[in-house]
Every structure is written in structure tokens, then in C-alpha cells.
Design a protein around this ligand. Structure first.
Ligand code: G6P
Length: 614
């Protein structure tokens, strides 16, 4: 949450920073701000409540010159999302400006102590405390800015990615991280820094991912220096970015979300490429091959995730139990980390995360590692914190997902879990060879089947008109359809702000059935499954209460389509792969409802793509 960016070099910083902020806006969009040092060494800060576009408007006619600057787009934690709480924050003397992504947990104690020393605070933020602390240390110890940052960070408890500039030192940016991401881009006579690589890629593909408690001393015209909090010099590890600029554009679609929904046939092919091999009838996931014995002998699998990734994890539970006969627990990372979980050394923990930066999942991983479990990551963002903090893992390879509502990352997470379950099951001999081959070959057909679902986009758009003014929705599913139901409900509520509940269909009788009347749309995942007939009984129960039924059915279905008010057809497939198909029309349905309601689909209110705070 919050995006930070910095530039130092020979070009004008403002356009680079603004463009970068647009790329990072998915991380938070409550306010935006920029700090620049111009040729006369004036340090100016401009900030605005709202979007980056509001900041651009505010900056019109102001002096935006300068070849060094830092900028921030905010997802509010401490202090309401207004102009004063927007970053960057000045120190008391206005000699320093600082941006921050994270939370300073002991900010209250630090603030009180600084207040007693005469420091006056303008904002309600924890960030302002940090910039004042740095200034206090710098002036009190008569030290340079880099040392002052080191000393200040030693006093800080919490998470941070920060960048600081100093009026009297226009050739320098100091940046540091702990538990919040920070990437430094190395250009020719210029440096970039950002929360992720997306603002950097068009200038350079040479980057350094900072590690926790590392400080980057970024001096114009000098090689980059990295030190830790104790001033021990580190050797910068340069990584080459594989991302392409096209992946960051909407490519003719009105929203990133729609583009990402439509990308799924390709992203799933990319995800399976080199892994699913129908020719030699094999699945090769190097993370599994390298740790074969661990997976074969593990006592239990614990899946840790948040949000949509947690829904993918639930599907993983069904897959591992069905195919591998390994007991599985799926946990919200935020609950797991605080409830004294029992973790065994022969447990395998699988952390699922699109961003690879979710704070609760990172903390839960640490707990699992301390208890001696083997930790496997399923992540999308290459080089992010989770892949760097796990023992092994698989990337989903779907490219940048920018729409805040996760779509292509979800289907790829499920595909990785399918590949894992199948390959472990084969190693454990818990799956008959014939079945393995049947699922394997069907898996390779999934991208093509998604293409046929996407052809119904116009029809689903028409259907969305019927439901745009509903105030509540219920989504029901059973078995593999249950995680799809809760993911479908989440998609609808996060982007359209319509209340939606996802429920296991049979559990409906224990409460939600009371909500059903002739105004309530009920979306049922009624595809072919072992519980298909039971689902029909549940549909009868809804019909008896006059609920309006929209059913996701298979092409070959004849019973449910007779009963439902509306249906969306998906191709027939293996039950265990059905989530990869049935979620797609639900993604489209939420998208079109949200568009019809005039919502900001890619940046829904109050949400952020990457939740790097607890
Ligand atoms: C946020 C995002 C969701 C995402 C969740 C977990 O809430 O808006 O789309 O599913 O975080 O994020 P992760 O990056 O760990 O998958």
C-alpha cells in the first residue's frame, strides 16, 4: 500500500515521477505528492488529496523544475486521506523531505519525545515523525544525512520503504527498506527507485531489490552504495528485468481489469509452458522436483494467503486432498500468525500471493520458518519479498496485474496448485495413471475453453443490465464450486460496492435462506460435479422462495437450465478444473455491473492492490 518513487540524474524529474506515480497508483490513491529540488536548491513540495491527476492539476503553473525528486501515492493508514497528511513530509526546518510506505508502529512514543524537544507536527501521520527524528539526529549529532537515517531507523519499530532528500544536498537520495518493497533502477548517469519495477522498466532493465534493513545511498554521478543499519557495506546484486512495457498499458481495453480477464488464455498458457507436457505426458515443476522427498513425506500442507489468493488456496485444499491424500488446512495469514498455530517440522507451508508483498502472509511465513516447516511460495511478482523469503516455489508468470480486483493471477494460482497436486500425487502414487493423464490433457485444453467463454462477453454485458440495481447478491456453490462462489461474490463487492455473500450451497439453509425473496439475485455454480443433484435440490429451495437464479452451467446441462431464470454456459471439463472456467463469467459479470454503475473499476474505493500493512 502506498507507492513511492524517486529519480536523480540529468533529466527533468517531474515527468518521470508523475508517470511513475500513475504506474504505482494501484497501490493506493487517497492522495499524491511530490518533492523536487530545483537548480537554485529550493526544496518544494506539492501535494493533493485524491488521484495523481489531481496532483498534476495542482502543480500547474508551479516551479516543477529539478533533476532530483521523490513522489508518493498514498493509501491512508495514520491520519485521514487529506492534503496535510499526503506525503512527502517536510522536517521542521523544511530542509528534508521524506516519503514512506509502511507503518511506524512506535510513532506515538517517538512523537511525544520529539514534541518535548520542541518539534511541532503538521500532520497526523507516523511518517512525519520519522522525518523529524532524522532531522533531530542529524542536527544533534552534527552528522550527514545517511548516518542520520541509519541511526533513526535503528529506533524505529515497524515497516518502511522510505526515500529522503535534503535541500542542501541536491546530489543525493537516501532510501531504505524493511518489510515494504523497494527497487533501485540503475540507468546511465541516472538512478530510479520505486516500490516495484513498473515505473523503472522504460528507462533501464538493471535493478537492485533492496533487502530488509538495507540503505541505498544514491549519489548523482557516483556508483550506488548499499549499507546496512550498522553501516556495513553490501555488494549490490543487479537483476535484469524481464518485463515488457506493453504489459503495463491497457492495450485498447477501457480498463486493466477487462484486459486482464481477456488475457487469461494466454497467461494460463504462459503459466503452464515448459511445465505441462502432453507430449511426454508429464508435469515438471522444478520446485517440486528439487524437494520431491519433502512433498512425498510431508505430514500436512498448510496454505496461507489473503483475499483472492486465499480463495485459490481453498481450491488447493480440495486438489491436494483429492489427489495426494495429504491433509490440508487453509488459513488466512492474518489469523494464523496470531493464534499460536501448531506447526510441525514435517509440515509444508504454501504461501499464495500475487504481489509477494502481503504483510500478513510474510509474517505468517516467518512464523512457519521459525517452527521449522518447509515454505513454498506461489507468487506472481518476480523478485518480491515472498519468493525471496521462502525455501522454494513457483511463479505464476502472468505478467503485471494492475487492476486492483485480481483475475488472471487467481486462475494462474489455481493452475499452479493443479500442477503441484498432480505431480505430487504421481510421485506418491495416489493417483491412477489414467486419471493423471486425463486431467493433464484436459488442463492443456483449459486456455482454449476460456476463449470460448470470453466470446460470451456481449451476452454477459447484456445480462449485467438486469442486475445493476440489485442491492444484494448471494453466490452459492458446492465442492470445487464453493471457492468460486466466494471469489465471485468478492469480485462483485470490491468493484461494484454491491453487497454480495458467497456461501456453500447446502449451508444456505442455516441462515442465508432467510434473505431470499423475489428481489434477491442468486448466482449458482451448477456445473457438472459429484454434488450436481444436491445442487438441484438447493436450486429448488431458492425457487420455492422466489429468488432470481442466474446459473453457471455446462454446455451439456439440461436440468438446471430448465429451472434457472438466466444461465451462462461454460464448456464441459473435469470437475477439479471447473474453477478455472466457472470464475471467468463471474469476473465479466462483476466487471460489467461495476461499469454500468459508473464505478472506478481498476481503482475501487478504499482498496489497494498490495497490502503491505497489517
Ligand atoms: C488485496 C488485493 C486482492 C488480493 C489480496 C491479497 O486485498 O486487492 O486482490 O487478493 O490483497 O494479495 P496478494 O498479493 O497476497 O495475493
Amino acid at each position: 500500500m502506498c507507492g513511492i518513487i524517486g529519480y536523480i540524474g540529468y533529466q527533468e524529474a517531474y515527468p518521470i515521477l508523475i508517470k511513475g506515480l500513475h504506474r504505482l497508483e494501484y497501490r493506493g490513491y487517497d492522495s499524491a505528492g511530490i518533492a523536487l529540488i530545483n537548480r537554485e536548491n529550493n526544496l518544494s513540495i506539492y501535494k493533493a488529496k485524491g488521484r495523481v491527476a489531481d496532483l498534476e492539476e495542482f502543480s500547474l503553473g508551479k516551479d516543477i523544475s529539478g533533476t532530483v525528486g521523490i513522489a508518493h501515492t498514498r493509501w491512508a493508514t495514520h491520519g485521514e486521506p487529506n492534503h496535510i497528511n499526503a506525503h512527502p513530509h517536510y522536517s521542521q526546518s523544511e530542509n528534508l523531505a521524506l516519503i514512506h510506505n509502511g507503518i511506524i508502529e512506535n510513532y506515538a512514543v517517538l512523537k511525544e519525545s520529539l514534541s518535548r524537544k520542541g518539534y511541532v507536527f503538521q500532520s497526523d501521520t507516523d511518517t512525519e515523525v520519522l522525518v523529524q527524528l532524522i532531522e533531530y539526529i542529524k542536527t544533534g549529532n552534527n552528522t550527514d544525512i545517511s548516518t542520520a537515517v541509519q541511526l533513526a531507523l535503528k529506533q524505529v519499530i515497524g515497516a518502511y520503504a522510505i526515500a529522503v532528500i535534503e535541500k542542501e544536498n541536491p546530489d543525493l537520495i537516501i532510501a531504505a527498506r524493511k518489510s515494504s518493497p523497494l527497487v533501485v533502477g540503475i540507468g546511465k548517469n541516472e538512478f530510479f527507485l520505486a516500490s516495484d519495477a513498473t515505473p523503472i522498466i522504460e528507462y533501464t532493465n538493471q535493478v537492485i531489490y533492496l533487502n530488509d534493513e538495507e540503505i541505498a545511498v544514491i549519489h548523482r554521478n557516483e556508483p550506488l552504495r548499499i549499507v546496512n543499519l550498522s553501516n556495513v557495506e553490501k555488494t549490490p546484486q543487479i537483476t535484469r528485468l524481464e518485463m515488457s512495457l506493453n504489459e503495463l498499458e491497457k492495450g485498447g481495453y477501457p480498463h486493466f481489469m477487462l484486459k486482464e480477464i481477456f488475457e487469461q488464455p494466454r497467461t494460463l498458457r504462459d503459466c503452464m509452458s515448459g511445465r505441462v507436457n502432453t507430449g511426454n505426458r508429464n508435469i515438471v515443476l522444478s520446485g517440486i522436483v528439487d524437494h520431491r522427498e519433502k512433498f512425498i513425506n510431508c505430514r500436512r500442507i498448510i496454505i496461507l494467503a489473503c483475499g483472492t489468493s486465499w480463495h485459490a488456496g481453498l481450491i488447493g485444499e480440495y486438489l491436494f486432498e483429492e489427489f495426494c491424500r495429504i491433509p490440508v488446512e487453509v488459513e488466512y495469514s492474518s489469523e494464523f500468525r496470531y493464534r499460536h498455530p501448531v506447526i510441525h517440522r514435517d509440515d509444508i507451508v504454501i504461501a499464495v500471493s500475487q504481489s509477494g508483498e502481503t504483510a500478513d502472509t510474510l509474517a505468517a511465513i516467518e512464523l512457519a520458518k521459525e517452527a521449522g516447516a518447509f515454505v513454498y511460495g506461489i507468487c506472481n511478482v518476480v523478485g518480491s519479498s515472498i519468493p525471496r523469503n521462502t525455501d522454494s516455489g513457483s511463479y505464476t508468470h502472468v505478467g503485471p496485474e494492475i487492476g486492483v480486483a485480481s483475475t488472471k493471477a487467481f486462475t494462474a494460482q489455481v493452475a499452479v496448485l493443479v500442477m503441484m497436486a498432480l505431480s505430487i500425487a504421481r510421485e506418491k502414487k495416489t493417483i491412477p495413471e489414467k486419471r493423471f493423464l486425463a486431467v493433464l490433457s484436459e488442463l492443456s485444453r483449459i486456455p482454449g475453453k476460456i476463449e470460448t467463454i470470453l466470446q460470451q462477453n456481449g451476452y454477459i454485458e447484456d445480462l449485467s443490465k438486469i442486475f445493476t440495481y440489485a442491492h444484494n447478491f448471494i453466490y452459492l456453490g458446492r465442492g470445487y464450486g464453493y471457492p468460486v462462489a466466494i471469489e465471485g461474490a468478492l469480485k462483485l463487492k470490491e468493484i461494484s460496492y454491491i453487497h454480495a455473500e458467497g456461501y456453500p450451497a447446502a449451508e444456505m439453509k442455516h441462515g442465508p435462506i432467510a434473505l431470499i425473496d423475489n428481489e434477491m439475485p442468486v448466482v449458482v455454480i451448477a456445473t457438472d460435479s459429484t454434488t450436481y443433484d444436491k445442487m438441484i435440490s438447493n436450486i429448488q429451495e431458492i425457487k420455492a422462495r422466489k429468488g432470481r437464479i442466474l446459473a453457471i452451467v455446462n454446455k451439456s446441462d439440461c436440468k438446471v437450465r430448465e429451472m434457472a431464470d438466466y444461465t451462462i454456459e461454460i464448456p464441459d471439463t473435469e470437475e477439479c478444473l471447473s474453477p478455472l472456467l466457472s470464475i471467468v463469467p463471474l469476473q465479466l459479470l462483476s466487471y460489467h455491473i461495476a461499469v454500468r454503475k459508473g464505478r472506478d473499476v481498476d481503482m475501487p474505493r478504499n482498496l489497494a492492490k498490495s497490502v503491505t500493512v497489517e
